[in-house]
Ligand binder design. Structure first.
Ligand code: NAD
Length: 352
């Protein structure tokens, strides 16, 4: 028998085509009467249309969200909230937009009603991040967890195929590591396996038909489950490696996850065969590592660190950094093992 602790995140989820129409009712239930809609500059038109739909319940649109939530952007957003006398935050967008709303909620305690339009899963976690000159600081705080999440696949139809693929592979990484998390539990295992199966299947359809509403709905459902996993349990070697590679060599965040994941799966397979069997089963392939590699290749996402700008002469340093202060991992992490893993990831060799 397996002993475990499971804490459910207390968010309300409204899911379906045109679910965004329900935002006004959801604000009324909070209750909130002056919502500030937040977006990136690129999604300002969507932010404006959501605000227009809310009518007098919206007090403005703040289209200043940017990657990694710069401290200055968070400060400006808090000032905007004060100036507008807002009583709720409605981020409409991906992890960057939700991240800005979280930074505001952290200091103001305002409720967030999130409308995610990517597969990042940030809307399901208490994790926030802020970036300044010294790098990114992350933390966990219950105040940043959205009160309501509205998943509307119609808002994701124009998410470019490449962004969809890397964002979803990033989400799948959360589910894979959730299956062998130190604080894992049977509920998270169910969520994670279903998440990988649904998201992988949806992605294959989205690549062929990006505006297929059913496929987009399945992808959003899978992304929600991945977000639940990330919000419930701790991550391991894969996330440590991506943090080191992204932070030190400025590699693209989601692509780095896509390249590294199959190799971490191969590395950890001897220690957690049952977890890897679940990943393989979800992908419909004989092995987790090979199946993940094939999925990345099928989606036309780079499969090697070399292809996304990692210098080969940085691999020794990356192995040293990743093992100096390692996250918990089911297989013991040592420099030689991680260096070999990184060598394979750099060349893009298909793991078994
Ligand atoms: P993103 O939010 O940066 O969005 C990428 C780009 O896609 C943006 O320009 C955005 O305007 C555009 N976009 C978003 N949705 C669109 C749509 N439906 N149609 C067309 N364009 C659209 O990217 P992301 O991958 O969602 O988020 C990445 C960020 O989220 C990273 O900073 C990451 O660290 C963070 N994150 C945080 C958590 C957490 O729990 N705190 C979890 C996962 C990711």
């Amino acid at each position: 028998m397996r002993a475990f602790t499971y804490t459910a995140a207390p968010a309300r989820v409204v899911f379906g085509p045109d679910a965004v129409q329900r935002l006004g009712d959801e604000l009324e239930k909070v209750p909130a009467t002056r919502a500030l809609v937040i977006s990136t500059p690129g999604q300002q038109a969507l932010g404006e249309s959501v605000a227009a739909r809310l009518g007098s319940r919206a007090c403005g649109v703040l289209a200043t969200a940017r990657m990694h939530v710069p401290v200055a952007a968070a400060k400006a957003a808090r000032e905007a909230v004060k100036a507008h006398d807002a009583d709720a935050l409605v981020p409409v967008g991906g992890g960057s937009t939700i991240g800005l709303a979280k930074a505001v909620a952290l200091t103001t305690g305002l409720p967030i009603l999130a409308v995610p339009t990517t597969y990042s899963g940030s809307e399901m976690t208490t994790i926030y991040g802020l970036t300044d000159r010294d790098g990114k600081t992350t933390g966990r705080d219950a105040r940043v967890l959205p009160r309501v999440v509205i998943y509307d696949p119609l808002l994701t139809l124009d998410l470019p195929v490449r962004v969809s693929a890397v964002s979803a592979l990033n989400a799948i990484a959360h589910a894979v590591e959730g299956l062998y998390a130190k604080d894992g539990n049977p509920v998270v295992d169910l969520l994670a396996e279903e998440a990988i199966r649904t998201l992988a299947g949806a992605l294959r359809r989205i690549v062929r038909a990006p505006r297929d509403v059913d496929a987009r709905g399945d992808a959003l459902y899978g992304a929600w489950l991945c977000g639940l996993v990330l919000g419930s349990v701790g991550m391991a070697l894969h996330h440590k490696l991506c943090h080191v590679l992204g932070g030190t060599w400025d590699l693209p965040h989601a692509e780095t996850h896509a390249v590294v994941l199959p190799h971490v799966a191969a590395f950890n397979a001897v220690a957690v065969p049952d977890a890897m069997a679940r990943v393989a089963r979800a992908l419909g392939r004989p092995t987790a590592a090979g199946g993940l590699h094939d999925l990345v290749a099928e989606l036309d996402v780079p499969t090697s660190l070399a292809a996304i700008g990692m210098p080969e002469n940085g691999l020794d340093r990356a192995a040293a950094l990743a093992t100096a202060n390692p996250y918990w991992n089911p297989r013991t992490v040592d420099v030689a093992g991680v260096r070999a893993l990184l060598g394979d990831a750099w060349s893009g060799r298909r793991p078994d």
